[in-house]
Ligand binder design. Sequence first.
Ligand SMILES: Nc1ncnc2c1ncn2[C@@H]1O[C@H](COP(=O)(O)OP(=O)(O)OP(=O)(O)O)[C@@H](O)[C@H]1O
Length: 305
Amino acid sequence: METLVRVTDLSRRFGSHLALSGVNLCLERGEVLGLLGPNGAGKTTCLRLLGGMLAPDGGRIEIQGIDLARRPLEAKRHLGYLPERPPLYPELRVDEYLTFCARLHRLPRRRIGEAIEEAKHRCGLEDAGRRLIAKLSKGFRQRLGIAQAILHKPALLILDEPTEGLDPFQMRELRGLIRELAHDCGIILSSHLLPEVQAVCDRVAILYQGQIRFDDYLPAEQPVYGWRIRLGPPSSVAQVADLPGVAGALALGDDRYRVMLADDATSADLARVILLAGLELRELIPDRSDLERVFFDLIGVEEAA
Ligand SMILES: Nc1ncnc2c1ncn2[C@@H]1O[C@H](COP(=O)(O)OP(=O)(O)OP(=O)(O)O)[C@@H](O)[C@H]1O
């Protein structure tokens, strides 16, 4: 494993407001890390610090072992950054814009043409070179934003809310691209959507009020979505498992059960068959993974408030 990024005890204030405090993170090559949190949690601040756009008040960032504060130019050579709003010039054509970015990345002149073709190919922009940026769809603009970030083949790619504002089809395409890019670099992306992070990331760090509250790998397989029920006594796991639409049941004690539904069954179906079987339904709640529990405890409550 090659550690691309190591963040230690990072903090940043804006006036009296502590936007980020005591953040520790690391990222290995090949990993996609999702920074998940509600609006104002500190995601953009964290990514801007990682990208060297903002200086921290405390802590340390190392990119491929290079201290970003001490050797910024050297460290930044290893990173590509897509801000929340891609820095595009609508009056330029795609090739013109990428040539401009290649110069900013200080690519040698003789390598620019080849680097642009490769970045366009990876981002599905092969036929877009002559198109005016003003005329590109939102999905293509995001692709172009990513193309400018990977021109110089960085080891670390930072993507701030990359799928924000895309339609479901564009989102799926961009997720595929992110997974593919992760074959040869490490990626940190931010999102405020749990399913988004679950769909594309290997690991998730939940940021809330400027602090990391959860940091763990996601299971390779999506957790099977289940339900927890509590019935009136007496009841048995066999009664629950035999209900139509129930694929499996596990007794949790005190007439509580974890229930897996067959593919097309819903929680409303479950409630109906329980009542039809003459059982008393006292509780029916979604069975969440640890990640979902943390996320909904912190963020679900916040958003509902
Ligand atoms: N330049 C700034 N000046 C003052 N306060 C700022 C600045 N940038 C961010 N903040 C504050 O820091 C906190 C974290 O903001 P940040 O943009 O990092 O959150 P976020 O998680 O990216 O939110 P969003 O999902 O809305 O983009 C917020 O309270 C925000 O108002």
